[in-house]
Design a protein around this ligand. Structure first.
Ligand SMILES: [Zn+2]
Length: 83
C-alpha cells in the first residue's frame, strides 16, 4: 500500500526536509518519525510540498484513510499556532 507514485530522489530530499523541520517526531503519536506523510492526500488535491507534509513514523504513515479526520485537525491547529 504505497502512497501515490511520489518516490525517488526528489521525494527523498523533500522527505528529509520534513523530518528535519519536525525534528524526526511523528505528528500523530510523538514517536520517532522516519517517513513524511501528506496532510491532505494527493488524491484529494494535496501537493508534494513542505506545507502539506508532516513527519510520521512507519505505523502511523501506513494506517491510511482512518486518520484523515484527525490529521487535518492536527494540521489546522498546528498551522494556527504558527501564525
Ligand atoms: Zn506515529
Amino acid at each position: 500500500m504505497a502512497e501515490g507514485s511520489s518516490r525517488g530522489a526528489a521525494w527523498n530530499a523533500l522527505r528529509l526536509k520534513v523530518l528535519e523541520r519536525d525534528r524526526y517526531i511523528c505528528a500523530y503519536c510523538g514517536g520517532e518519525a522516519t517517513e513524511a506523510d501528506h496532510v491532505i492526500p494527493k488524491k484529494l488535491g494535496g501537493k508534494d510540498e513542505l506545507a502539506n507534509l508532516v513527519a510520521a513514523c512507519k505505523p502511523c504513515n501506513s494506517s491510511k484513510g482512518a486518520r484523515l479526520g484527525s490529521r487535518i485537525t492536527w494540521f489546522n491547529r498546528n498551522w494556527l499556532s504558527r501564525v
